[in-house]
Design a protein around this ligand. Sequence first.
Ligand code: AMP
Length: 281
Amino acid sequence: MKICYTVDDVRKEVKEWKKQGLTVGFVPTMGYLHEGHRSLMEAARKENDKVVVSIFVNPMQFGPTEDLESYPRDLDKDSKLCEGVGVDLIFHPEPEEMYPEGFCSYVDMNGLTTELCGKSRPIHFRGVQTVVLKLFNIVTPDNAYFGQKDAQQLAVVTRMVKDLSVDTKIHGCPIIREEDGLAKSSRNTYLSEKERQAALILSQSLQVGKALIEQGETDATVVKKAISDKIATEPLARIDYVDVVDFDTITPIEQIKGNTLVAIAVYIGKTRLIDNFIIFS
Ligand code: AMP
């Protein structure tokens, strides 16, 4: 497995593979890898000749008061995990490599980014789209793998690729959870023991919403209220949002029909966690 730090080095490798007619699968990450990331890499490993993983804590997608500085990093551990899955290349650039002096071009979107996380993180998706398109231009993957854990991001990237005619197929992969239901996340390391216990309220409240829908409830307001009421039973939890939206357009819906995303963001102490479920029609 190779670790490349520059755009040129990645391009050299990928060009060589493409000359041989090999397919390339790509998993973009911010590192501090866990089983969620591993599941994406395994999907990529199965479906492609070569697998590239990027590890880049992208400053452009963090707001000024967010956790850019404290975001956990461990390249040695990450490299071992990647090697274990059979990754061929890690791309681990410095911010200056991705955003050279004078950088002033961005990818923006009119729809999909105003609801859910876009409300409390107004510059987040511009940063995500810009870095993902840059990474796609560098790696030129046939297939790219994203987790449903970040469902809005998955919808945004899927739309961007369609709108901008990017020749990469986007694959959504299921959420990987701890045994007790907490969705795996690099940010779970911020939680104290007490907060870790309290964080279970995210998956538990979603279970309440899911059960209601399975029993035939189609009124989004009723589902949102049931989820919010459950979260309110946990004193350490503070709701950022509880929403029901159309998964393809990320616009709020009143009646549950079609591909529906039920998504929540909840602060547990100072840590903001997200979780969701999707009903595919
Ligand atoms: P991150 O490193 O948090 O930017 O995540 C990189 C990729 O891994 C994104 O596509 C995430 O959606 C995905 N991912 C993160 N956590 C999970 C999880 N628990 N299950 C599935 N995919 C995940």
